[in-house]
Design a binder for this molecule. Sequence first.
Ligand SMILES: NC(=O)c1ccc[n+]([C@@H]2O[C@H](COP(=O)([O-])OP(=O)(O)OC[C@H]3O[C@@H](n4cnc5c(N)ncnc54)[C@H](OP(=O)(O)O)[C@@H]3O)[C@@H](O)[C@H]2O)c1
Length: 343
Amino acid sequence: MRIALLGYGNVGRAVARLLESRRNHLEGIGLYPKLVAVADSRGVAINPGGLDYSKLEEAKRSRGSVGFYPDYGRIGVKAVEIISDRLVDVDVVIEVTPTNIVDGEPGLTHIREALKSGLHVVTANKGPLALAMPSLLELAHHTGRGLMFSGTVGGGTPFIRFAEKCLAGDRILGLEGILNGTCNYILSSMEDGLSFEQALREAQRLGYAEADPSMDVDGWDTACKIVILAVHIMGARITLKDVEVKGIRGMTKEYLTEACKRGSTVKLLGSVDAKRGRAWVAPVEIPRNSPLAVSGNLNALTFHVENLGSITMIGKGAGGIETAHNILKDLIELKMKLQYRSI
Ligand SMILES: NC(=O)c1ccc[n+]([C@@H]2O[C@H](COP(=O)([O-])OP(=O)(O)OC[C@H]3O[C@@H](n4cnc5c(N)ncnc54)[C@H](OP(=O)(O)O)[C@@H]3O)[C@@H](O)[C@H]2O)c1
C-alpha cells in the first residue's frame, strides 16, 4: 500500500512513527505500508522506494520542513501536486493538514483531488467533512474509493465504530454528548473555583488547549463532530451551517456554582435530534447523576436508539497518538475491504 501523507505535524508525525514501529505487526496481517510521499506547508519528500522515518524527523527538526529530506526533498512543491501532477504512484492519501472551517482548505482540495484521481483517503481533518461531507461521500461512492475518518470524532473512544458495528440494523433517533475534552476540562476547573481565563490558561499549559482556543471554546470543534456523526451514522444531509452553535466563553464560575447548588453541572453538549431535524451545540445544565456528567477532559456520548434504548459511552478524547492510531485502524480496515471488494 503506497501512502502519501499530507501534513507532518502532531498527527502526521505520529502516523509516520506508528507505521515504522508497527511494521512487523502490519506485515503479519498482510498490510505492507510504504510511505512514498510526505508533505508539509513548505515542501515535500518523495521516494517511490519509501521514505525513512528518522530522516523525515531529522529534516523537520533541524531545518523545519520535510522538503529538506536528503536527496528526495523538494522545497516549494505543494502537497496537491503529489496527486494532481502524479509525482509518484500512490494508493492512499492520509490527509492531516489543519482543520479550516471557513473554506476547508487545503484539505478539501486534497481530498477531492485524491478521490477524483482514484485514490483512497484516510483523514482526521474535520474541516472538509464538516463543510462538504455529503458531497465527499457521494464522490467516494461514485469513484468507488474509500473515504475513512474514524480519527475525526472521539479519537480515544470508538464512538463511530461502536455506532457502525454495534448499532447496525437499529435506528439511531438522536444523540447528545461531550465531544470536546478541552471545554470539559475548562468547565470542570471552573466548578473547582477557577475563572474562565484561569481555566483556559491551565488547559493551555497542560497542552489540552491550542494557543488560539476559539475552535474549542466557541463550540466549532464540537459542531464539526456533530455534523460528521449526523451524516455518517444517522444519514442526515447537513453541513456546518445547519448547526446552531454556542460556546462556553460567556460562562462564569458564579453560574457554575449556582448550578452545583441546584444539584446540576454545566456541560458543553452537542446534539442531533432526528425527529425535530435539529442539530446544536450549547452549554447545558444537566443533573449531576446524568451519565454525561463526566469531569476532566473526558468525552461522553449518549445514543438514543429505537430498539436498544439509550446507551452512553465514556472515554478519552483525542491527542496526536490516539488520532494516529485511528488512522492506522482505518488503513487496516481499508485493506480488509479491498480484499473482500466491499468498496
Ligand atoms: N492533534 C490532535 O489531537 C487531533 C485530533 C483529532 C483530529 N486532528 C486533526 O488532524 C489534523 C492535523 O492535526 P495536527 O495536530 O497534526 O495539526 P498540526 O500539528 O498543526 O499539523 C498540521 C500539518 O499540516 C501542514 N500543512 C499546513 N498547511 C499545509 C498545506 N497547504 N499543504 C501541506 N501541508 C500543510 C503543516 O505544515 P508545517 O509543519 O510546515 O506547519 C503541519 O505539518 C487537523 O485537521 C486536526 O484538526 C488532530
